[in-house]
Design a protein around this ligand. Structure first.
Ligand code: AMP
Length: 187
């Protein structure tokens, strides 16, 4: 079973991805984590992306897509992919379709965790204290949210017609969201 968790920064995608990892014995494919690892390891890619990441801007599609490809084609992860933070734009959604097609896979569930701006700001300010992420200050949060609003509408239009698309109120408590997701999974 492959799953996409979709929603603004701070919607709780990472938290729910961790639940799903256990539930379906899956692999969390967080492009944010994958990119942060490149920065932490100070790789050539890390050096290229650090400014965009710190400013809350998108990292270049070519870089994200190539890092993602390794995971999709990893035989151990086949049919156990939990996408968290990808796709974020229509071109990424289309790229994902191509990669899934090439690797003979499909998406079983798309969960859209919908949260308003005020809730996001509150949650990310809390996360800043806990995780000490350099892109969690208020200015960057607002920039990331604006980027999300600009680029995601086409992605929502692209996915919302699918029968496997489910919108969930992401402002609910973590357990309530988990229960909703679990009910849709039917496993
Ligand atoms: P996240 O951990 O998902 O909130 O992502 C943190 C940052 O990583 C984003 O603000 C972007 O700079 C970058 N990033 C993560 N996923 C993507 C993606 N799919 N496309 C472009 N940039 C991304």
């Amino acid at each position: 079973m492959n799953i996409i968790l979709f929603g603004p920064p701070g919607a709780g995608k990472g938290t729910q991805a961790k639940f799903l990892v256990k539930k379906i014995n899956g692999f969390q494919i967080s492009t944010g984590d994958i990119l942060r690892e490149e920065i932490n390891k100070d790789t050539e890619i890390g050096k290229k992306i650090i400014n965009n990441m710190n400013e809350g801007k998108f990292v270049d599609d070519g870089i994200v897509n190539s890092l993602l490809k390794n995971h999709i084609f990893d035989p151990n992860k086949k049919e156990k992919l939990i996408f968290d933070g990808y796709p974020r734009s229509l071109s990424q959604a289309k790229n994902l379709d191509i990669l899934l097609d090439q690797s003979k896979q499909k998406i079983d569930h798309i969960f859209f965790l919908n949260v308003n701006k005020e809730t996001i700001i509150k949650r990310i300010e809390k996360r800043k204290i806990l995780e000490k992420r350099s892109d969690d200050d208020l200015d960057t949060i607002l920039k990331r949210y604006d980027t999300y609003i600009k680029t995601t509408k086409p992605v929502l239009d692209y996915y919302s017609k699918n029968s496997n698309f489910q919108e969930i109120d992401g402002s609910m408590e973590i357990d309530q969201i988990t229960n909703k997701i679990e009910a849709f999974l039917n496993v």
